[in-house]
Design a protein around this ligand. Structure first.
Ligand code: ADP
Length: 161
């Protein structure tokens, strides 16, 4: 059988333990995981594309079947270009569902070969989002339970006011 490549897209502004959990689990399930970091975001990111990629590389760059890349344009096109069979997304709560379902159907319409696979968030990360990390750090709070230990200091220094 052909190797199965999947894509985990996101802004990763910054990467959290919730993202890492999804990527690690996807890497155990599929032959190759492309972590595609959105270059152009609708809202201004707190970290540059290079910083966001560098945090991911520091945290999970050692996993053999994970590739971390910046990406712009349509995910449906990029998936085709890379020969990816599916998009893998984490679902935290019902609140994620409606938007993710809409995205999955849109991507399927744009690229009928492309499926979306949802992994349920680990219960300990259900509440975790990049925006929550930013809010806590900017108020001087402890983010060590939210982001990988190896990037904790860098993320905190950049965010604290
Ligand atoms: P956010 O949705 O927090 O702005 P991203 O766009 O960087 O974050 O996230 C990319 C994807 O990672 C999301 O669509 C979601 O599928 C998944 N994800 C984010 N946070 C978590 C979490 N805590 N647990 C599981 N999956 C998550």
């Amino acid at each position: 059988m052909d190797a199965t490549t999947v894509i985990c897209p996101g802004s990763f502004d910054p990467v959290t333990l919730g993202h890492i959990d999804i990527i690690q689990r996807a890497a155990k399930m599929f032959d190759k995981v492309i972590v595609a970091v959105l270059v152009n975001m609708s809202k201004q990111p707190s970290f540059t594309i290079d910083e966001r990629i560098s945090f991911l590389k520091t945290a999970i760059g050692d996993i053999d079947n994970v590739e971390i890349v910046g990406f712009s344009g349509l995910l449906a096109d990029y998936a085709k270009e890379r020969g990816a069979k599916a998009v893998v997304k984490g679902l935290r709560a019902m609140s994620d569902f409606e938007y993710e379902f809409q995205m999955a159907l849109t991507n399927k319409k744009l690229n009928p070969e492309l499926d979306t696979v949802f992994l349920t968030s680990d219960s300990q990360y259900m509440y975790l989002s990049s925006s929550m990390v930013k809010q806590v750090a900017s108020l001087g709070g402890d983010i060590s339970n939210f982001v990988p230990a190896c990037i904790h200091a860098q993320v905190y220094e950049r965010l604290k006011k």
